[in-house]
Design a protein around this ligand. Sequence first.
Ligand SMILES: [Cu+2]
Length: 256
Amino acid sequence: MNFFWRMGLLLAGMLAVVIGLSVITGISWLDLSWVMPDNVVSTFGPTLDNLWLVILWITGIIFVVTEITLLVFMVKYRHKEDRKADYIHGSNKAEVVWTSITFVIVMALAFYTKGIWDEIRDPNLIPADAYPIHMMAKQFEWNATYAGADGQFGTADDFLSLNVLHIPVDRPVVVQLEAEDVIHSFFLPEFRVKQDAVPGMSTLVWFEATRTGEFTLACAELCGLGHYTMGGTVIVHSQADFQDWLAQQQAAAEDD
Ligand SMILES: [Cu+2]
């Protein structure tokens, strides 16, 4: 059996495994929802998902083209009796070409994403009516502080919610994120929110829930032995329920 046949059989085998797996698991080639589930509940989430898919397609196509080229060259330039290898010193032309292509792609992505980046990350563009919450991360819990009736933090009517972040639907929320001990990462997968909490730093992160329900709060930074337990819940209330919950907590805080 010559070399081409062996390579052909190998490729056919790999293809059969991939197709077999996709048939057995019912996962389609073009449906990528199993990679990025369609469970997004924040206003900017769909834009981020879309961006992620665009980048996945670009890198995916480059990956496939590169691997095919590698295979073709492996076959084309395989060992043959009486064929000697050439010593070459690299190619300036090739270097310039692939560096330029990469540069253009990265710059295009930078301009394409600037709007959404500003919207999410620019501290000056945080919605003015965002509801403020202070979040202190520590090994291994999330302490959310609410300002209480006076709307001021650091006063007697502040109250704490441990590992459960209560927020209203359809209203921006701005979380002031801090860490007490080591670096943690505030991760709300369904909101497509992830932000490091760094000791000594105060970071603002905002988002707006688009529907009510219970969602995941997790730490996405390996922060110690108990890291895996550093989880919680985000409860998105209707606006009225949120006001009721606030009133209840405030009343309880005043009783103390
Ligand atoms: Cu942590």
